[in-house]
Design a protein around this ligand. Structure first.
Ligand code: ATP
Length: 516
């Protein structure tokens, strides 16, 4: 299947089965804003809980907070967002479409890289085991030519970003002959800066009203509470503060479903350390976060690190963890060494001393920070898109048929257990309800008695329920039920008392947490 088609199918499926709806759909939706439905909210809560428990429950030196979305406006001056939280935008005059200039150039660079890779793959196939990639790359005229082209554009691009040179970004687009994907023309406007923060007014009388911002990241709520938490929690460095919550960005280009929204959710952890130890802790958190991603079991080859070409105004090292979505590798999480930029600036702007006193060394200092920042919605989409499978299966006794199944890791599945009486009569519903009442305290259960059992299995497959329990006439005699496994389609007859033990760690976060 073409990957773009797969992407569209997943979007359609997620709406049809109550995972994600366009916001205010009855008014034709609101651009780049989405609502989570009855199954979506369960999956999202499970992912959030897995992150929270991995951070706060498993690390004695990490605690959580929940700061407000609104913050004093000076916060965003201190953090640098008022001056620098902007993207370079450019419009195509023919299609009237708006783009991020940096993304147009990065896509252009990616295309050159793809061309090089294609040549390499072709040659590798031709020469088989004797293929020497290094030698090929340094001798093939076509590869050399493309590599030189890449290096030249890349060097100009990095310099332009470092110098905040909008004219040069424009010139690179012109010189590289980048066209608008919609109109196919090179009729571009100048590149302009666009601040991504949403603002609103606080206060009821307009003369007194203060312009405030919807937070563009959750991190600042942690920084401004650094002293509160450190003192009241008697925290000793190194220690971390974790938080999950909404963030808002007026994104210029927001066309990739929940990968780029204007209202989204972040899960961030700021780890406070001694100056000079930041590279050690940066490496530590890179490894730890990658392990968390891989523990979910979606395939180690789906992840890679990507070092930032341009460091943000606050960072001295930064990388992303990228996941391979149906539309290619995209960032899911950022790991940043933020130095003492934020705490130092909050000290300056607030006039309050923000220092940590090291009693052993008998000295005070402004801590350095390593940040791990993951988008909950993007994480949600890694799970959903990876889980979506169309496959041909043989149903009980019938010819091969196609089914759509979400192979969501059982511990994250919205419904873990479906309890299905075979028929609506003969006391089967009562027996099924009895089982439901026993199981519902430990598992997320769903009871369903409508339609044929086959139809009900298919509905449960489509929302990713790992276990279906069927209650039939034998159940009334011998207290056994049939478990039907989502992924293998195998059926097993077991006594009801064994159900908790069989589900056990498979559907609990504990099973995942133990892999960390
Ligand atoms: P990008 O380069 O994709 O714009 P970013 O580098 O600006 O992302 P960060 O500021 O590092 O992102 O934010 C941390 C995480 O928040 C990202 O890794 C991503 O998962 C998530 N995120 C950022 N912007 C959005 C958005 N508009 N919609 C959904 N998630 C987002």
């Amino acid at each position: 299947m073409v990957q773009e088609d797969l992407f569209k199918k997943i979007i359609a499926h997620s709406k049809e089965y109550g995972f994600i709806f366009p916001s205010s759909e009855i008014y034709d939706g609101l651009s780049a804003v989405y609502d989570y439905g009855q199954n979506g909210v369960e999956l999202k809560n499970n992912i959030r809980r897995y992150w929270w428990e991995a951070m706060v429950k498993l690390n004695e030196n990490i605690v959580g907070i929940d700061a407000a979305i609104f913050m004093h406006p000076r916060t965003w001056e201190a953090s640098g967002h008022v001056a620098a939280f902007s993207d370079p935008l450019i419009d195509n005059k023919d299609s009237k479409k708006r783009y991020r200039a940096d993304q147009l150039i990065e896509e252009h660079l990616q295309k050159i890289e793809d061309k090089i890779q294609k040549e390499v793959d072709k040659a590798a196939q031709k020469f088989g085991a004797s293929f020497d990639e290094g030698k090929f790359k340094s001798t093939s005229p076509r590869v050399i030519e493309n590599q030189q082209k890449y290096d030249a554009v890349h060097a100009r691009y990095i310099r332009a970003l470092e110098n905040d040179d909008l004219k040069e970004l424009y010139q690179i687009i012109i010189d590289s002959e980048i066209v608008c994907p919609v109109s196919g023309t090179r009729n571009w406007t100048d590149v302009r800066k666009f601040n991504l923060m949403f603002s609103t007014q606080l206060g009821s009388v307009s003369e007194e009203a203060n312009t405030i911002y919807l937070r563009p990241e959750t991190a600042q709520g942690i920084f401004v509470n650094f002293l509160n938490v450190q003192k009241t929690g008697r925290m000793k460095i190194p220690f971390g503060i974790a938080q999950t919550g909404k963030a808002f960005r007026n994104e210029i280009v927001a066309r990739q479903f929940i990968l780029r929204m204007r209202e989204f959710e972040q899960m961030e952890m700021q780890f406070f350390i001694k100056p000079g130890t930041e590279m050690e802790w940066y490496a530590y958190w890179k490894e730890k976060r990658m392990k968390w991603h891989k523990s979910i079991g979606m395939g180690d080859h789906k992840y890679r690190f990507h070092d930032h070409d341009k460091l943000a105004h606050y960072a001295n090292a930064a990388c992303d963890i990228e996941f391979e979505f149906p539309i290619g590798f995209k960032e899911v999480e950022g790991i940043h060494s933020r130095t003492n930029f934020d705490l130092g600036n909050h000290e300056k702007y607030s006039g309050k001393k923000i220092q940590y006193f090291d009693t052993e060394a008998n000295e005070g200092f402004t801590p350095y920070v390593i940040e791990t920042s993951i988008g909950l919605d993007r994480m949600f989409f890694t799970v959903l898109s990876n889980a979506y499978v169309e496959e041909k299966v043989e149903w009980e006794g019938s010819a091969k048929e196609e089914r759509v199944v979400l192979k969501i890791p059982p511990a994250l599945a919205p419904v873990q257990l479906a309890i299905l009486p075979l028929t609506k009569k003969d006391s089967l519903p009562e027996k099924a309800r009895e089982i439901m009442d026993r199981m519902k305290y430990d598992f997320n259960c769903q009871y369903e008695e409508k339609d044929s059992i086959g139809k009900r299995y298919r509905r449960q497959d489509a929302i990713g329920t790992p276990f279906c329990i069927t209650v039939d006439h034998d159940t009334l005699q011998d207290n056994t039920v049939t478990i039907r496994y989502r992924d293998t389609l195998q059926q097993e007859r077991v006594v009801i008392d064994r159900l908790p033990e069989i589900m056990g760690d498979k559907v609990s976060l504990k099973g995942l947490l133990k892999r960390l």
